[in-house]
Design a protein around this ligand. Structure first.
Ligand SMILES: [Zn+2]
Length: 321
Protein backbone atom coordinates (compact mmCIF):
# COMPACT_ATOMS: atom_id res chain seq x y z
CA UNK A 1 0.00 0.00 0.00
CA UNK A 2 1.14 3.52 -0.72
CA UNK A 3 0.55 6.19 1.93
CA UNK A 4 -2.08 8.63 0.64
CA UNK A 5 -0.45 11.45 2.60
CA UNK A 6 3.31 11.17 1.99
CA UNK A 7 3.43 8.55 -0.84
CA UNK A 8 5.75 6.23 1.09
CA UNK A 9 5.20 2.51 0.48
CA UNK A 10 7.94 1.00 2.64
CA UNK A 11 7.66 -0.56 6.08
CA UNK A 12 3.91 0.00 6.29
CA UNK A 13 2.23 -2.02 9.01
CA UNK A 14 -1.23 -3.59 8.81
CA UNK A 15 -3.87 -3.48 11.58
CA UNK A 16 -7.29 -5.15 11.77
CA UNK A 17 -9.93 -3.03 13.53
CA UNK A 18 -13.55 -3.87 14.39
CA UNK A 19 -16.64 -1.69 14.01
CA UNK A 20 -17.56 -1.05 17.64
CA UNK A 21 -19.72 2.09 17.76
CA UNK A 22 -22.82 0.32 16.49
CA UNK A 23 -21.52 -3.09 17.58
CA UNK A 24 -21.40 -4.67 14.11
CA UNK A 25 -17.93 -6.04 14.94
CA UNK A 26 -16.97 -6.58 11.28
CA UNK A 27 -13.27 -6.21 10.56
CA UNK A 28 -11.63 -3.42 8.54
CA UNK A 29 -8.01 -3.35 7.50
CA UNK A 30 -5.93 -0.24 8.18
CA UNK A 31 -2.29 0.41 7.49
CA UNK A 32 0.17 2.59 9.35
CA UNK A 33 2.67 4.47 7.18
CA UNK A 34 6.28 3.55 7.92
CA UNK A 35 7.34 7.10 7.17
CA UNK A 36 4.76 9.65 8.38
CA UNK A 37 2.88 7.38 10.81
CA UNK A 38 -0.57 8.14 9.40
CA UNK A 39 -3.02 5.30 10.06
CA UNK A 40 -5.43 4.92 7.14
CA UNK A 41 -8.13 2.56 5.97
CA UNK A 42 -6.92 0.18 3.27
CA UNK A 43 -10.21 0.27 1.38
CA UNK A 44 -13.40 2.26 2.00
CA UNK A 45 -16.38 -0.14 2.17
CA UNK A 46 -18.86 0.26 -0.71
CA UNK A 47 -21.66 0.48 1.84
CA UNK A 48 -19.97 3.14 4.02
CA UNK A 49 -23.36 4.93 4.42
CA UNK A 50 -24.64 1.95 6.40
CA UNK A 51 -22.12 2.80 9.10
CA UNK A 52 -23.65 6.21 9.84
CA UNK A 53 -26.64 6.49 12.18
CA UNK A 54 -30.02 7.51 10.80
CA UNK A 55 -31.91 10.73 10.17
CA UNK A 56 -31.94 12.16 13.68
CA UNK A 57 -28.13 12.30 13.90
CA UNK A 58 -28.11 16.11 13.80
CA UNK A 59 -30.71 17.77 16.00
CA UNK A 60 -30.92 21.32 14.74
CA UNK A 61 -34.43 21.91 16.01
CA UNK A 62 -33.01 21.61 19.54
CA UNK A 63 -31.27 25.00 19.35
CA UNK A 64 -33.39 27.40 21.40
CA UNK A 65 -32.08 30.98 21.51
CA UNK A 66 -32.10 32.69 24.91
CA UNK A 67 -33.78 36.04 25.64
CA UNK A 68 -33.39 38.98 28.07
CA UNK A 69 -30.68 39.00 30.73
CA UNK A 70 -29.66 35.43 30.04
CA UNK A 71 -29.04 36.30 26.38
CA UNK A 72 -27.00 39.35 27.39
CA UNK A 73 -24.84 37.24 29.70
CA UNK A 74 -24.31 34.49 27.15
CA UNK A 75 -23.45 37.12 24.53
CA UNK A 76 -20.79 38.67 26.76
CA UNK A 77 -19.39 35.29 27.72
CA UNK A 78 -19.24 33.90 24.17
CA UNK A 79 -17.67 37.07 22.75
CA UNK A 80 -14.93 36.74 25.35
CA UNK A 81 -14.61 32.98 24.81
CA UNK A 82 -14.08 33.41 21.06
CA UNK A 83 -11.97 36.59 20.97
CA UNK A 84 -10.36 36.92 24.43
CA UNK A 85 -11.84 40.43 24.87
CA UNK A 86 -14.33 41.77 27.46
CA UNK A 87 -14.02 41.85 31.26
CA UNK A 88 -17.60 40.80 32.16
CA UNK A 89 -17.39 38.04 29.58
CA UNK A 90 -14.15 36.83 31.13
CA UNK A 91 -15.78 36.53 34.57
CA UNK A 92 -18.77 34.68 33.10
CA UNK A 93 -16.50 32.36 31.13
CA UNK A 94 -14.60 31.55 34.34
CA UNK A 95 -17.84 30.64 36.14
CA UNK A 96 -19.61 28.65 33.43
CA UNK A 97 -17.34 28.23 30.41
CA UNK A 98 -18.25 27.67 26.80
CA UNK A 99 -15.86 24.77 26.22
CA UNK A 100 -15.43 25.01 22.43
CA UNK A 101 -15.17 28.72 21.57
CA UNK A 102 -11.80 29.40 23.30
CA UNK A 103 -10.10 27.38 20.54
CA UNK A 104 -10.86 30.29 18.18
CA UNK A 105 -8.65 32.62 20.24
CA UNK A 106 -5.53 30.85 18.91
CA UNK A 107 -6.55 32.02 15.42
CA UNK A 108 -6.85 35.68 16.51
CA UNK A 109 -10.55 35.77 15.65
CA UNK A 110 -12.30 39.16 16.02
CA UNK A 111 -15.99 40.13 15.87
CA UNK A 112 -15.40 41.16 12.23
CA UNK A 113 -13.71 37.91 11.16
CA UNK A 114 -15.15 36.06 8.20
CA UNK A 115 -15.60 32.50 9.46
CA UNK A 116 -16.40 29.27 7.59
CA UNK A 117 -17.22 25.98 9.37
CA UNK A 118 -16.89 22.89 7.14
CA UNK A 119 -18.70 19.68 8.12
CA UNK A 120 -20.55 21.55 10.86
CA UNK A 121 -23.70 19.39 11.03
CA UNK A 122 -26.47 21.47 12.60
CA UNK A 123 -23.97 24.28 13.26
CA UNK A 124 -24.25 24.62 17.06
CA UNK A 125 -20.92 26.45 17.35
CA UNK A 126 -21.78 28.91 14.56
CA UNK A 127 -25.19 29.47 16.13
CA UNK A 128 -23.48 30.56 19.35
CA UNK A 129 -21.26 32.93 17.34
CA UNK A 130 -24.23 34.39 15.44
CA UNK A 131 -26.19 34.92 18.67
CA UNK A 132 -23.33 36.92 20.21
CA UNK A 133 -22.93 39.21 17.21
CA UNK A 134 -20.61 37.63 14.65
CA UNK A 135 -21.99 38.64 11.24
CA UNK A 136 -19.70 37.15 8.62
CA UNK A 137 -20.12 33.44 9.25
CA UNK A 138 -21.24 30.48 7.16
CA UNK A 139 -21.57 26.74 7.70
CA UNK A 140 -21.54 23.91 5.18
CA UNK A 141 -22.18 20.20 5.51
CA UNK A 142 -22.87 17.94 2.51
CA UNK A 143 -24.45 15.29 4.74
CA UNK A 144 -27.24 17.48 6.13
CA UNK A 145 -30.69 16.66 4.71
CA UNK A 146 -31.18 20.21 3.44
CA UNK A 147 -30.02 23.83 3.67
CA UNK A 148 -30.73 25.28 7.14
CA UNK A 149 -31.78 28.92 7.67
CA UNK A 150 -32.01 29.91 11.33
CA UNK A 151 -34.22 32.74 12.63
CA UNK A 152 -31.09 34.74 13.54
CA UNK A 153 -29.95 34.69 9.91
CA UNK A 154 -27.34 31.93 10.16
CA UNK A 155 -27.16 29.80 7.02
CA UNK A 156 -25.85 26.24 6.87
CA UNK A 157 -25.42 25.24 3.23
CA UNK A 158 -25.86 21.64 2.20
CA UNK A 159 -22.52 21.68 0.38
CA UNK A 160 -19.07 20.15 0.43
CA UNK A 161 -16.04 22.43 0.69
CA UNK A 162 -15.47 21.98 -3.06
CA UNK A 163 -18.82 23.68 -3.76
CA UNK A 164 -17.89 26.83 -1.78
CA UNK A 165 -17.01 29.55 -4.28
CA UNK A 166 -16.73 32.60 -2.01
CA UNK A 167 -13.15 33.18 -0.84
CA UNK A 168 -11.16 35.51 1.44
CA UNK A 169 -12.03 33.78 4.72
CA UNK A 170 -10.14 34.85 7.87
CA UNK A 171 -10.82 31.57 9.63
CA UNK A 172 -11.89 28.14 8.42
CA UNK A 173 -12.54 25.31 10.84
CA UNK A 174 -13.16 21.59 10.57
CA UNK A 175 -14.25 20.07 13.88
CA UNK A 176 -13.93 16.30 13.64
CA UNK A 177 -14.94 16.09 10.00
CA UNK A 178 -11.55 15.92 8.22
CA UNK A 179 -10.97 12.32 9.32
CA UNK A 180 -14.09 11.32 7.37
CA UNK A 181 -12.99 12.61 3.96
CA UNK A 182 -10.99 10.61 1.43
CA UNK A 183 -9.55 13.48 -0.66
CA UNK A 184 -7.23 14.85 2.02
CA UNK A 185 -4.85 16.77 -0.28
CA UNK A 186 -7.71 18.25 -2.31
CA UNK A 187 -9.46 19.52 0.84
CA UNK A 188 -6.26 21.14 2.15
CA UNK A 189 -5.61 22.71 -1.27
CA UNK A 190 -9.17 24.09 -1.31
CA UNK A 191 -8.72 25.51 2.20
CA UNK A 192 -5.52 27.22 1.04
CA UNK A 193 -7.44 28.69 -1.90
CA UNK A 194 -10.37 29.90 0.24
CA UNK A 195 -8.28 31.52 3.01
CA UNK A 196 -7.21 35.12 2.69
CA UNK A 197 -3.44 35.72 3.02
CA UNK A 198 -2.72 35.65 6.77
CA UNK A 199 -5.86 33.57 7.38
CA UNK A 200 -5.92 30.56 9.69
CA UNK A 201 -7.45 27.10 9.42
CA UNK A 202 -8.12 24.95 12.49
CA UNK A 203 -8.48 21.22 11.91
CA UNK A 204 -9.54 19.16 14.93
CA UNK A 205 -9.00 15.42 14.55
CA UNK A 206 -8.17 12.31 16.57
CA UNK A 207 -4.44 11.57 16.44
CA UNK A 208 -2.22 8.48 16.59
CA UNK A 209 0.50 10.68 18.12
CA UNK A 210 -1.07 9.73 21.43
CA UNK A 211 -0.86 7.53 24.48
CA UNK A 212 -4.27 6.00 23.64
CA UNK A 213 -3.17 4.63 20.24
CA UNK A 214 0.11 3.35 21.72
CA UNK A 215 -1.68 1.74 24.65
CA UNK A 216 -4.97 0.44 23.20
CA UNK A 217 -4.02 -0.17 19.55
CA UNK A 218 -7.02 -1.33 17.49
CA UNK A 219 -9.26 -1.06 20.59
CA UNK A 220 -8.63 2.71 20.70
CA UNK A 221 -12.15 4.17 20.65
CA UNK A 222 -11.33 7.02 18.27
CA UNK A 223 -9.97 4.72 15.58
CA UNK A 224 -13.70 4.27 14.89
CA UNK A 225 -13.48 1.83 11.99
CA UNK A 226 -14.61 2.20 9.28
CA UNK A 227 -15.92 5.78 9.64
CA UNK A 228 -12.54 7.34 10.31
CA UNK A 229 -10.56 7.01 7.09
CA UNK A 230 -7.41 8.79 8.34
CA UNK A 231 -5.92 8.93 11.83
CA UNK A 232 -3.18 11.49 11.48
CA UNK A 233 0.11 11.85 13.31
CA UNK A 234 1.90 15.12 14.03
CA UNK A 235 4.27 14.22 11.18
CA UNK A 236 1.53 13.45 8.63
CA UNK A 237 -0.25 16.75 9.39
CA UNK A 238 3.10 18.49 8.86
CA UNK A 239 3.44 16.64 5.55
CA UNK A 240 0.00 17.93 4.42
CA UNK A 241 1.06 21.47 5.33
CA UNK A 242 4.37 21.20 3.50
CA UNK A 243 2.69 19.98 0.33
CA UNK A 244 -0.03 22.67 0.37
CA UNK A 245 1.95 25.83 1.09
CA UNK A 246 0.29 26.30 4.48
CA UNK A 247 2.32 26.61 7.69
CA UNK A 248 1.47 24.31 10.60
CA UNK A 249 2.15 26.72 13.44
CA UNK A 250 0.59 25.18 16.52
CA UNK A 251 -0.96 21.96 17.83
CA UNK A 252 -3.22 22.05 20.89
CA UNK A 253 -4.21 18.72 22.41
CA UNK A 254 -7.82 18.66 23.64
CA UNK A 255 -8.63 15.04 24.52
CA UNK A 256 -10.99 14.03 27.33
CA UNK A 257 -12.11 11.04 29.41
CA UNK A 258 -13.73 9.36 26.39
CA UNK A 259 -10.33 8.01 25.27
CA UNK A 260 -10.15 5.94 28.46
CA UNK A 261 -13.69 4.73 29.05
CA UNK A 262 -14.51 4.17 25.37
CA UNK A 263 -11.32 2.16 24.79
CA UNK A 264 -11.68 0.21 28.07
CA UNK A 265 -15.17 -0.79 26.90
CA UNK A 266 -13.87 -1.97 23.51
CA UNK A 267 -11.24 -4.10 25.31
CA UNK A 268 -14.17 -5.77 27.10
CA UNK A 269 -16.21 -6.07 23.87
CA UNK A 270 -18.79 -3.44 24.92
CA UNK A 271 -19.87 -1.29 21.93
CA UNK A 272 -20.41 2.46 22.33
CA UNK A 273 -24.16 2.13 21.66
CA UNK A 274 -24.59 -0.88 23.97
CA UNK A 275 -26.97 -0.85 26.97
CA UNK A 276 -23.92 -1.36 29.22
CA UNK A 277 -22.08 1.58 27.67
CA UNK A 278 -21.26 4.69 29.70
CA UNK A 279 -22.55 6.68 26.70
CA UNK A 280 -25.99 5.03 26.96
CA UNK A 281 -26.48 4.12 30.64
CA UNK A 282 -23.83 5.67 32.90
CA UNK A 283 -25.34 3.92 35.95
CA UNK A 284 -25.25 0.49 34.32
CA UNK A 285 -21.71 0.97 33.01
CA UNK A 286 -18.57 -0.73 34.34
CA UNK A 287 -17.27 2.64 35.63
CA UNK A 288 -17.88 4.50 38.87
CA UNK A 289 -18.23 8.28 38.69
CA UNK A 290 -14.96 8.41 40.60
CA UNK A 291 -13.24 6.44 37.83
CA UNK A 292 -14.64 8.77 35.14
CA UNK A 293 -13.33 11.79 37.10
CA UNK A 294 -9.94 10.14 37.34
CA UNK A 295 -9.97 9.59 33.54
CA UNK A 296 -10.77 13.29 33.05
CA UNK A 297 -7.80 14.31 35.21
CA UNK A 298 -5.49 11.87 33.42
CA UNK A 299 -6.69 13.24 30.05
CA UNK A 300 -5.71 16.78 31.06
CA UNK A 301 -2.26 15.51 31.98
CA UNK A 302 -1.94 13.73 28.61
CA UNK A 303 -2.93 16.94 26.80
CA UNK A 304 -0.22 18.85 28.65
CA UNK A 305 2.32 16.23 27.51
CA UNK A 306 1.06 16.38 23.87
CA UNK A 307 -0.12 12.80 24.28
CA UNK A 308 -3.91 13.17 24.28
CA UNK A 309 -5.82 11.31 21.57
CA UNK A 310 -7.14 14.37 19.73
CA UNK A 311 -5.83 17.81 18.87
CA UNK A 312 -6.49 21.09 17.09
CA UNK A 313 -3.97 21.76 14.32
CA UNK A 314 -3.58 25.43 13.29
CA UNK A 315 -2.54 26.04 9.68
CA UNK A 316 -1.62 29.57 8.59
CA UNK A 317 -1.69 30.89 5.05
CA UNK A 318 1.43 33.03 4.51
CA UNK A 319 0.75 36.73 3.93
CA UNK A 320 2.94 36.72 0.82
CA UNK A 321 3.73 33.81 -1.47
ZN1 LIG B 1 2.93 8.51 5.03
Amino acid sequence: MQCRICSNSENNKTHEAREMMLGMRDIHTYFECGNCGCLQIAEVPDNIQDYYPGDDYYSYDEIKPETGLKKAMITARDRYAATGHGFIGKLLQMRKPHDKLPRLQKANVTMQSKILDIGCGAGHLLHSLKECGFENILGADPFNAKKIEYDNGLIIEQKSIHEITEGDWDFIMMNHSFEHVMDQHEVIAKIEELLKPGGVCMIRVPTVSSWAWDHYGVDWVQLDAPRHLFLHSQKSMQSLADQSGLELKETVYDSFAFQYWGSEQYLKDIPLNDERSYAVNPEKSIFSEHKISEYAIRSKALNAEQQGDQAAFYFHKPTSA
